[in-house]
Write a protein of this length. Sequence first.
Length: 239
Amino acid sequence: QNEDQVCLSKIPDFIQPSAQPSLVELGLPGQFVAVFTNGYEDGYCSNLKADVIGTPEAQIFDSEFDCCQAYFADQTSGFCISNLSNDQQPSAQPSLSNELGLPGQYVAVYANGYDDGYCSNLKEYVIGTPQALIFDSEFECCQTIFPDQASGTCISNLSNDQQPSAQPSLSNELGLPGQYVAVFANGYEDGYCSNLKADVIGTPEAQIYASEFDCCQENFPDQTSGFCISNLPQDLQPS
């Protein structure tokens, strides 16, 4: 054994440089460095004392994710990222829960192209995105970035109360009070009036009505099906 090996052999097992990823519980909190022991494709980030000590300050990162992004961004194996905890994993799937993401900060993700694009509030997507491309809500992000998405992937990931479902919005609890617009998604005979935010936003002011009845009367007066009027509350039904 050379002197280096003798020295390392005296280090306790839990901080031995094992060429394996470090678990946070066994390492230095908030200090992660890149480890290339087995090459780039098998590289990872570690907070083991044995790996961190002696590394220049500029190459030590606050989180394992930041370290992976800086050093292994083009790693086809995904080995470094695969060692992150589940709530930090970039899974190329929408982030549907604010518990796992940044509240009120949504950005567009094009991982699988425009038609499969969606909006996410996962930290790994938001950080580094220009402020002008960060939206307060998932809906606003979808509407702005993916308005012509034929698949509807982005909108489909919205919570139910934000879904533009091509069905009437019968409750002000789920929509914008006193703002109704005509929806022709299924044609004139199946047209109706909606106060869902998804339908109202972007509609010219002159085409927004104070009540569902006014909207139906103005836009569907010759509707033989009576579909629009049929969705009115009983006390507003023309008897």
